[in-house]
Design a binder for this molecule. Structure first.
Ligand code: AKG
Length: 274
């Protein structure tokens, strides 16, 4: 994995709120990464450590939903290598003009043929328990994606619309654009959608305020992606806030400190890690 960010790419990110790249993960890595999905969703964890969230289990849950695991890096060393890669950290930091970045959470997402949608949202809305309340996401695709496979969709320029408190269903909502449309109507905004249509091994980065979601997978192919959600390397716990995903992740806060422990929120890049 190697990417030189130039000022044109950084300008695109600043203008649009996202950056879509056809090539990011080395091709020889892809088949090995795909091979980790089935054991993970069967609960076979290489390290013996369970991920923090695990919303779908083989044989127990409906076939037509998008399967998600959060913090698979704790369970699997190959996933860890990817989501904690210094290039991921460096790109997230440089795009956001941070001095460094750490992983707040990863996602392993598997949208099978017929797999349902994920509701439009803003990632940073879920981390009011972090100071500063921000995020950058690196979404890496293991499959060729298109509108038909229910790929990720971005609303152009929506990172400039401010941050709304999280609302609505994330998994399989009846109308995955409901919250977006409500906001747009109320605030008199225009929607311009960009579909992340990339080959396997490509990636997309987005700002924590960018509205995004994804539709049903209407193709015969699986749509698998692995995601690193990053915050600034010197982010701290908010001493009191408990919104969003705090009930799952704030348990890693020590009583007497607001520091984020790198054992639970790995440091990816701090400007000195080459
Ligand atoms: O893969 C998707 O459809 C949604 C991913 C997402 O919400 C994210 O990476 O922040």
């Amino acid at each position: 994995m190697d990417l030189e960010l130039n000022s044109n790419l950084i300008n695109d990110f600043n203008n649009n709120g996202f950056l879509i790249l056809d090539k990011f993960i080395d091709k020889e890595y892809l088949e090995r990464l795909r091979g980790r999905f089935e054991p993970l969703f069967k609960g076979e964890f290489e390290t013996g450590i369970e991920p923090d969230e695990w919303n779908w289990k083989f044989g127990k849950d409906p076939e037509d939903v998008t399967r998600q695991i959060c913090n698979a890096w704790k369970a699997d060393t190959l996933i860890r290598e990817l989501v904690c890669h210094k290039v991921v950290g460096e790109c997230c930091a440089r795009l956001m003009n941070w001095n460094g970045s750490r992983l707040i959470q990863d996602n392993v997402l598997w949208k099978p043929p017929g797999g349902k949608s994920l509701g439009f949202h803003q990632d940073a809305a879920y981390d009011d328990w972090i100071i500063p309340q921000t995020m950058t996401t690196c979404w890496m695709s293991l499959d060729d994606t298109s509108k038909k496979t229910g790929t990720l969709e971005y609303i152009m320029g929506s990172h400039k619309w401010g941050l709304q408190p999280p609302k609505g269903e994330f998994h399989s909502p009846d109308d995955y654009k409901k919250e977006l449309n409500k906001f747009v109507k109320k605030n008199n905004k225009q929607i311009e959608i960009s579909y992340v249509e990339i080959p396997a091994g490509g990636a997309a980065f987005h700002h924590g305020y960018t509205w995004h979601g994804s539709g049903v997978n209407n193709s015969k192919n699986h749509r698998r992606s692995i995601v690193s959600h990053c915050v600034p390397h010197d982010a701290k716990f908010h001493p009191t806030n408990t919104g969003g995903t705090a009930k799952i992740y704030k348990k890693y806060k020590k009583d007497d400190s607001n520091e984020m422990d790198s054992k639970f929120f790995p440091l990816l890049w701090d400007g000195n890690l080459n």
